[in-house]
Design a protein around this ligand. Sequence first.
Ligand code: SAH
Length: 222
Amino acid sequence: MLNWGSGANNPKFKRRRQRLVDTLADKGIKDKRVLEAFNVVPRHVFVDTALQDRAYKDTALPIGKEQTISQPYTVARQTELLEVKPGEKVLEIGTGSGYQAAILCELGAEVYTVERHDELYKKSRSILRELGYSVRAKLGDGTMGWSAYAPYDAIVVTAGAPVVPEDLVDQLALNGRLVVPVGDDKRQEMVRIIKIREDEFEEEHYSDFKFVPLIGKKGWQK
Ligand code: SAH
């Protein structure tokens, strides 16, 4: 059984969630659907009981295996850049806690997600299932994407890559968006690539973020 902190709808957490949404709006998140998703998903359920009291602060938190649940602002910004519409197919690389996947489900996406740590893969799957979110999850190296279900309308990488992983670009549908942090181990720029025509892409850059490393064949080598 999950520890819900006496229920995902615990009024204490509900109030904190609303305040977090206000903070995100103050920091420049404009997309109402994204803000509404943050108002619904119980972030405290995705972290350890000992950290639940900090779940609605705008900070990253440890989730084990030296990984983190990303800062809410970062998740919101990446999600906003993805411009997900209901029914779209979305691939996430780096399931981690499963929180970002839940946000994508709330936006009505059909979610595919890949995680390289077995423990996180299993834990996130069970939390998502208990909360009633249905996602297709895979254990493995996501730097080559997930070709079996390609193409995707949107792809989000939630770990920092040394370069844009080209297999992910190849797995974009027409009008598809890839949002990936690219940089060194200290900071990364958010890159958005949009497939505007067959073999034609638009590339945009957004200011600095800090992610855990994307480790894999087409990412950082261990
Ligand atoms: N989206 C997550 C953020 C987790 S941090 C959340 O909402 O909690 C990034 C995650 O990417 C970590 O769990 C890390 O193990 C994973 N990761 C790093 N390299 C990866 C790779 N090549 N393939 C799949 N997952 C990877």
